[in-house]
Design a binder for this molecule. Structure first.
Ligand code: HEC
Length: 289
């Protein structure tokens, strides 16, 4: 008995030791940077996108990010469909027609491929024809397609190891799934002067939250260089939040209806449970038991 006890104690100590060293390793090299959580309208179990915010976010994408990044899994028509930015249909059709990056179509009757203006059903393409062209224009770095980037990124847990399970339970209880948007927001406002002990490689920029702190993307938005909205307002933080919300929608366009259906299903289950229980009482009330 004592032997088993000491054995398990040793195993536990080893496991804890490993967990601690792992946590230390993770905090080096730029990973494990603390990222603040933002309040998103689409957060939690009931949150929904705010169409006005998505419209502002699209404006940022169009005026800044689309110079380097594509959005190929989003079609122009998605911009006027319910649950998204919900722009007027005519405005989106005009936007597609004037989009600078054309669609390669074909082959035509002579067997040649040709370029044409995008239509509502076409994807929103970036400026580069392929990854090699993108890399050669960007000093060897690839600006990723932004359609799914919010789903592809997350925030790393940075608290103490023993509090990790509680933090996970809290995230489950509150339905937290906005890590990607939190990261993107922090990335966009995370540019700064490199600290004296950091030596940046040629053509790289310092960013507080990017893993390794050296990013090839030049600062797209800044405190003194942001986009003003139609109402004449704007700021770095608001631009960053709006474009992050827009890209969260791009990566998860059915969130609004999914959450709506989820609540309906819960209601249905509650009502069905009540009915079944009442039925059971009724049935058994006639039978002595
Ligand atoms: C001048 C070109 C350029 C512009 C403009 C630009 N980016 Fe980038 N972006 C890049 C490049 C290049 C990379 C790859 C960086 C790397 O791997 O070091 C990148 C990477 C990214 C990443 C991935 C970061 C990661 O964690 O891997 C995101 C997200 C991103 N950009 C979002 C944006 C958003 C949002 C905008 C508009 C506000 C924008 N970018 C504007 C060139 C650009």
């Amino acid at each position: 008995m004592i032997r088993i006890l000491t054995g398990s104690l040793a195993a536990l100590t080893l496991a804890l030791g490993l967990a601690v060293t792992n946590a230390n390793a993770a905090s080096e090299g730029g990973h494990g940077v603390h990222i603040d959580r933002q309040t998103w309208t689409f957060g939690g179990f009931t949150g929904q996108y705010d169409p006005a915010q998505l419209q502002r976010g699209f404006q940022i994408y169009k005026e800044v990010c689309s110079a380097c990044h594509g959005l190929k899994r989003v079609r122009f028509r998605n911009l006027f469909e319910p649950g998204g930015p919900e722009f007027p249909e005519d405005a989106v059709k005009a936007l597609a027609h004037d989009w600078p990056n054309k669609i390669v179509d074909g082959p035509d009757d002579e067997g040649k491929m040709f370029e044409r203006e995008p239509k509502a059903f076409d994807p929103i393409l970036g400026p580069f024809k392929n990854d090699k062209e993108a890399r050669s224009a960007q000093n060897g770095a690839l600006p990723p397609d932004l359609s799914l980037v919010v789903k592809a990124r997350n925030v790393e847990y940075t608290g103490s190891w023993w509090a990790h399970p509680f933090s996970m339970l809290r995230d489950i209880a509150t339905g937290y799934q906005e890590g990607g948007a939190d990261y993107l927001y922090a990335l966009l406002i995370g540019y700064a002067e490199a600290p004296a002990d950091v030596k940046l490689a040629e053509g790289m920029h310092y960013n507080a939250v990017f893993p390794g702190h050296q990013i090839a993307m030049p600062q797209p938005l800044a405190k003194d260089n942001f986009i003003t909205y139609q109402d004449g307002k704007g700021s770095l933080e608001q631009n960053a939040a709006d474009v992050s919300a827009f890209l969260a929608w791009a990566a998860d366009p059915h969130l609004n209806s999914r959450k709506g259906i989820g609540w309906l299903v819960m209601l249905y289950l509650v009502v069905t449970t009540g009915l079944l229980y009442a039925g059971k009482r009724l049935l058994w009330s006639k039978i002595p038991h």
